[in-house]
Design a protein around this ligand. Structure first.
Ligand SMILES: [Zn+2]
Length: 338
């Protein structure tokens, strides 16, 4: 087997990595090139190819050394990577509607291209970081950012689903009414549901629900005096870490919401690991441990056999997409002896 590539295509930047047969990444941090997605698929695919040449040089290999490319993008896209005909926030140019990114990239690069959406790629990276690429383990990853991303890996394989919406964990409803301290709160999600995981566990939830709820009860809090909820929302994590009671309470509720969600996953999959990632827990190890402990406290009582299920923090947030895409490519390369 030769080396495989992982390409993370976002709205503004493309990030590259490479993975060799010993499961070692050849690029450590970000390796970025401008995406120019707004200018449409022709310009963007040319950018991907141009950046690829730069990236192989940085990794000290040649393009011919790369047997398979893994690609991830934000959705919505089909399981095979055809962008939604209704368009997408990150791919606004009219020519992107219904565009087959992996199919067209494969033609341009002359190599097979495997596709994952960015949430599932991140989940595969988190899984790999714990189990490696050849393990047949099962894991559930929840990534807390602006929204709630993540994915489900069963027996080492990403659950993509019939239409590419497998692992849309943010829109799974949870029984949030059982969380203490949020009586009367109505957490609405952009998807139309009330009380799904994203509506309780995301930066958007802090802006739309938590701060209006808690600051309404604590009008003298310094974040209330700021008079700017979106700005205040970005301060909550740091203030929680520094011990501010109201901000820590927001994180406790988020952890308990995750605990209820993970309990549903434990009973659905009996997984080998639960994984938490994202900007929300890019904090000190001490705060991360407190957050994990609160997740466990938020879970209903588990069977004795299940109580010791490990909860991990996902490493390397910035490169998770490209790394996950590379791992998907590695699995394909191994299965097909490429
Ligand atoms: Zn939702």
């Amino acid at each position: 087997m030769r080396t495989v590539a992982g390409i993370d295509l976002g709205g503004t930047a493309i990030n590259y990595t490479f993975l060799n047969e010993d499961e070692k990444f050849l690029i450590e941090g970000l390796c970025e090139h401008p995406a120019r997605s707004k200018e449409g698929p022709d310009v963007c695919l040319a950018q991907i190819a141009e950046g690829f040449e730069m990236a192989v040089q940085k990794a000290g290999i040649s393009a011919a050394d790369v047997s398979v490319i893994g690609l991830d993008t934000p959705g919505p896209a089909s399981a095979a990577g055809v962008l939604s005909a209704k368009g997408s926030t990150n791919f606004v140019h009219a020519d992107w509607a219904g565009f087959d990114i992996p199919g067209n990239l494969a033609k341009k690069m002359g190599k097979p291209v495997l596709y994952l959406n960015d949430g599932n790629a991140g989940a595969l990276w988190g899984h790999f970081a714990i189990f490696g690429a050849s393990q047949v383990a099962t894991s559930i990853s929840a990534v807390i950012g602006t929204g709630l991303g993540g994915g489900v890996i069963t027996d080492g394989n990403v659950v993509k689903g019939r239409k590419g919406f497998g692992g849309e964990l943010g829109h799974v409803l949870i029984p949030y009414q059982s969380i203490a301290g949020i009586e009367g709160m109505a957490p609405h999600c952009n998807c139309g549901r009330t009380g799904d995981l994203e509506s309780l566990c995301s930066l958007t939830a802090i802006t739309a629900t938590f701060l209006p709820y808690f600051l309404g009860k604590n009008p003298d809090h310094e974040l209330a005096k700021l008079g700017d909820i979106p700005k205040a929302a970005k301060l909550v994590r740091g203030m929680a870490e520094n011990g501010d009671a109201l901000c820590k309470e927001i994180f406790r509720v988020q952890a308990h919401a995750l605990g209820l969600f993970f309990d549903e996953m434990v009973n659905t999959f009996d997984p080998d690991a639960l994984i938490v990632g994202g900007g929300a827990i890019e904090t000190s190890a001490e705060f991360q441990q407190w957050f994990i402990d609160e997740i466990r406290r938020g879970m209903p009582v588990q069977r004795a056999e299940q109580a010791d299920i490990p909860i991990y923090i996902m490493p390397n947030g910035d490169t998770a997409g490209s790394r996950g895409a590379a791992i998907e490519a590695l699995k394909h390369a191994r299965a097909n002896a490429l």
